[in-house]
Design a protein around this ligand. Structure first.
Ligand code: FAD
Length: 421
């Protein structure tokens, strides 16, 4: 064979390979777009896929847990972990990494000074299988420039008043946002700020069950002082070749340098994922502030990631429906009803027109007292009987409401309604 025919053969081979690769990429992308178009045609928000059926609640109602220890996870000392053991000496049931605990606390009402009961959800931040649970809680201050408002009730109560040896009322682990640590497929875990807690649990579980599993961990914080679990993450990076860590500092502190203190300057965004990830199919698990989810999830869909491979959770509104502060991003306004809908609260004997917002906001705006906790569809405190009509949700809630009931905090009327409230 002559040199020129050998050269022609090589060129033909390479051209063929490139052609096949392009054709495969084209077909994959067309499928992803077809999927996206179908959803957009149906005018649906991206649905949160269910990873698998959540395990049945390990116990019902609240159970007392004792704080075995507490310690900070970040240099700024704004994230504190609480390690909990059952006060009744019973077993610590397993959970799925990504699930959360629901707490009932008695705190002082900042306006009246009287004691009141509040309910909040906190993700489990350690892997399942131990003889304790761990949650890691970020102290929430009043919104910037709003010193007139009280700081976060539950988070500050945890930091300041929940001590080692103290007792807490805890509901069993729950939530649909979790991964299967026994699966083998590669995963991308994306955390923004305190959204890191379920991601730590997921990563720890994956590395424990199958240290070969490819885990890509993207974590966005402002600077090194805000980085929680820094030592653990760096340790995993050193110990596990399959664990790929990308820490992003959006505003690195003076003296911090790229490559030594953090991997990238800026936010975790699609450009970074595209640059860092190898060409492969991943399952994406994302938890972070609303702004991050609102940009990253649609960007991933547009990039061609199938909706069923994108799993996400936002830590929801806390105790308040809307933050009316200048710097704060407002909650998305639900689409207004195409026809006027009425909601009757049978117990309080009020019939009111719904003009948008959740059923909980509607009840509160009309002075109807409703028990509620997380305001994010997680704790089930606002479960209310639906006497007539239908309720819909923008995203399927974490709490599985009983048949014939709805969750007011994330529920919207689909038809005229009569509710037992
Ligand atoms: C499934 C799930 C998992 C979660 N996991 C975690 C976790 O692992 N770690 C974690 O730290 N958090 C987590 N959260 C968030 C947590 O549940 C709480 O929402 C958070 O701690 C804030 O609660 P808080 O009681 O401290 O603040 P709230 O008392 O609820 O206050 C929230 C904010 O509102 C401000 N505010 C007070 N009054 C007003 C007013 N009148 N107008 C406007 N603003 C006002 C407060 O100053 C504060 O900034 C999770 C949430 C969910 C739903």
């Amino acid at each position: 064979m002559t040199a020129s025919s050998l050269f022609a053969l090589i060129v033909t081979g390479i051209t063929l390979q490139v052609g096949i690769a392009l054709a495969v990429a084209f077909v994959r992308r067309r499928r992803a777009y077809a999927d996206l178009e179908k959803r957009m045609a149906g005018n649906q928000a991206p649905v949160r896929p269910q990873v698998s059926a959540p395990s049945p609640a390990a116990w019902s109602d609240f159970r007392p847990f004792r704080v075995r220890s507490k310690h900070f996870e970040d240099r700024a000392q704004s994230v504190c972990s609480f390690v909990l053991e059952p006060a009744d000496g019973g077993a610590v049931p397993a959970f799925a990494p990504g699930q959360f605990l629901t707490f009932r606390l008695t705190v002082a009402d900042p306006t009246t000074g009287q004691s009141k009961s509040i309910v909040r959800c906190y993700s489990l931040s350690d892997r399942p299988g131990g003889d304790t649970y761990r949650v890691s809680i970020k102290r929430v201050p009043a919104p910037a420039g709003r010193d007139d408002l009280p700081p976060g009730l539950a988070s500050n109560h945890f930091h300041d008043h929940v001590l080692e040896g103290g007792l807490l009322d805890v509901k069993a682990p729950s939530g649909h946002f979790h991964l299967d640590p026994r699966a083998v497929g590669p995963v991308v875990l994306v955390a923004g700020g305190i959204g890191v807690t379920p991601m730590i649990s997921m990563a720890a579980a994956c590395l424990h069950e199958n240290p070969q599993r490819e885990v890509w961990f993207f974590y966005g914080v402002r600077d090194g002082a805000d980085e929680a679990f820094a030592a653990t993450l760096r340790e995993w990076e050193r110990q596990h070749p399959s664990f790929h860590l990308h820490v992003c500092h959006s505003r690195p502190a003076v003296g911090e340098s790229e490559g030594r203190d953090y991997h990238h300057c800026g936010h975790v965004d699609l450009a970074l994922l595209r640059q860092a990830l190898p060409l492969r199919s991943f399952d994406y698990y994302i938890c972070g502030p609303r702004a991050m989810m609102e940009t990253l999830v649609p960007a991933l869909l547009e990039w061609g990631v199938p909706a069923e491979r994108i799993h996400y959770e936002a830590f929801g509104p806390a105790s308040l429906p809307k933050l009316e502060t200048s710097g704060q991003k407002e909650a998305p306004v639900p689409k207004p009803p195409s026809q006027p809908l009425s909601v009757t609260f049978s117990r309080s004997g009020q019939q009111v027109a719904w003009t948008g917002g959740s059923l909980l906001e509607l009840a509160e705006a009309n002075g109807i007292a409703v028990d509620c906790g997380c305001r994010a569809g997680g704790c089930g405190m606002c479960q209310t009987r639906v006497e007539q009509g239908e309720v819909e949700y923008e995203h399927s809630p974490d709490f599985d409401a009983e048949p014939g009931t709805c969750l007011l905090c994330v529920g919207l009327p689909k038809t005229n309604l009569v509710l037992t409230a």
